[in-house]
Each structure stands twice: as C-alpha cells, then as structure tokens.
Design a protein around this ligand. Sequence first.
Ligand SMILES: NC(=O)c1ccc[n+]([C@@H]2O[C@H](COP(=O)([O-])OP(=O)(O)OC[C@H]3O[C@@H](n4cnc5c(N)ncnc54)[C@H](OP(=O)(O)O)[C@@H]3O)[C@@H](O)[C@H]2O)c1
Length: 254
Amino acid sequence: MIKNKPLSGKTAIVTGASSGIGRATALTLAMAGAAVAIFARRKDRLIKVASDIQAKGGKVLSFAGDASYPEDIDKLLEQTLQWKEGGRKYDIVVVNAGRGLAGGTLSSDHSQWEEVYNTNVLGAAYLIRSAAQYFVGRKKGDIVVVGSVVGRNISPFSAFYGSSKFAVNAIAEGLRQEVCAHGVRVSLVMPGIVKSEFQKVAGYNEDNFYKSIAHMGKLLKPQAIADGICWLLTQPPNVNVSEIMIRATGQNYP
Ligand SMILES: NC(=O)c1ccc[n+]([C@@H]2O[C@H](COP(=O)([O-])OP(=O)(O)OC[C@H]3O[C@@H](n4cnc5c(N)ncnc54)[C@H](OP(=O)(O)O)[C@@H]3O)[C@@H](O)[C@H]2O)c1
C-alpha cells in the first residue's frame, strides 16, 4: 500500500494497460493518487481494469485504440486534455504498449515483423514525440518508456523483437538529451522476463523459450515493474532516474 498519495494532482497516461505491466502500472499509479488514462485495443479488458481502479477509489478514463495508429494516439491525448477529473492536462506518459516475437532473423515469423516494429518502435516514437512536445511547452513532465533487457543484451530466443527494443531504448535516451534542459524527465525501464500475456503473444513454447529459462527460478510478476515505475516517478523533480533494469534474481541472462 502506498502512503500519502505522492502522485496526487498528477494525471498519467498508460498505454498497454489492458494486461500485464501496463495494468499493474495503471493500478499502482492510481493508488499513488494519480488520475489515470488507460489505453489498449481490447475494450472489454480496459473496462475491467477501469472498474478495478474505481473500486479502489481511483480516477480513470479509458480509451480503446491501437498504439501503432497515430490518429488513435492523437485522440487519446486530446481526450485526456478534455478530461475534467484529470484536470484537463497530463503530467506522466508511460509508453508501454508492445508485443514480443519468438526467434531471431531466421527463425521468427516474418509476417509479424511489421506489427512488431509498428507497435514497439514507430507507434511508441509517435507517442513519445507528441508527449515531449507538450511537456517542453509546459517545462515539466515525465515520459517513462518500457524497453527491455533484450534492448541492451540481445538474446537468441527473441533477437528480432530485441532489435525493436534496441531502437526504442535509443529513442528514449536520445530524447532525454533533447529535452532535459526543458525540465522534462525521460526514464527507460528495462524489464527482464515478466510473467504476463507477453509469452503467449510472442509465440514462446518449450523448445524456443521455456527450456532456456527453466533454471531461473521464480520469475517476476508485473507488479515488480509497476513498483519500479512508481518509485522513479516519485523522486524529487531534479532527480531523473534515466534508466533501470529489473530482473528476477535468478535471471542470469539476457
Ligand atoms: N513480459 C516480459 O517478459 C517483458 C520483458 C521486457 C519488456 N516487456 C515489455 O513490456 C511491455 C508490456 O508487456 P507485458 O509483459 O505487460 O505484455 P502483455 O501482458 O501482453 O501486455 C501488453 C499490452 O500491450 C497492449 N498492446 C499490444 N499491442 C498494442 C497495440 N498495437 N495497440 C495498443 N495496445 C497494444 C496489449 O493490449 P491489447 O492487446 O488489448 O491491445 C496489452 O495491454 C511491452 O512493451 C513489452 O515489450 C515485457
């Protein structure tokens, strides 16, 4: 339980909030006092997350859309700026929507490459840029980009997906250098292996994934990443935790 609601008065946008890390982050930021605008494609799942947040006394706005469509991102930002309970502004954007893909350049399913890049790189970059333009104008704001440890250490079981996270990791640090003089913080969060719907969407199975990680013991739950995000957002304004890597203790690699 978070004491004293350190994010009260702030409005946070969380993409990919219908499941896993995004869902846990939306709930955690709401419990820390933020009004939360949640976004993902599956409307039924967003409605459930919204009702979980409201049941705990949180403020929530939900908007269904695709993170790889700039027009959906534009609508999400516009609606958040009109949301009375959110104060008609936003202070925090968690760029989390993304998907995995099993395999490397030879072994991954080529028909899914475009969706991986459109969501993980181009869609993320569009949201990052739109939020950064707004925050530079306000001279404050937080952009949290959910990258991956495989965006730093490429791994054989997800090398093609990892390349998309190398790209977004670079976009995040490049942006930090562009906007830090304007009072805007950019944080790159690199999760290790987290149990979520990610593995199923990526197409992981015993042979292409689970055998390689069997020795790692207890893996992370999404809450571990949500807690890290909440922690970095609650540092004093002059402290920018520009990157964190969070792995299960037994995860030796990547
Ligand atoms: N789990 C891991 O091991 C791990 C490790 C490192 C990094 N990550 C990163 O963490 C982030 C969250 O992953 P997760 O583990 O929480 O996976 P998850 O449980 O599968 O959640 C992914 C979320 O992203 C949303 N999403 C996917 N494509 C989207 C699109 N085109 N438009 C809008 N929303 C979209 C999904 O919602 P809808 O399907 O409803 O749209 C869902 O809410 C991703 O960026 C992932 O790459 C995960």
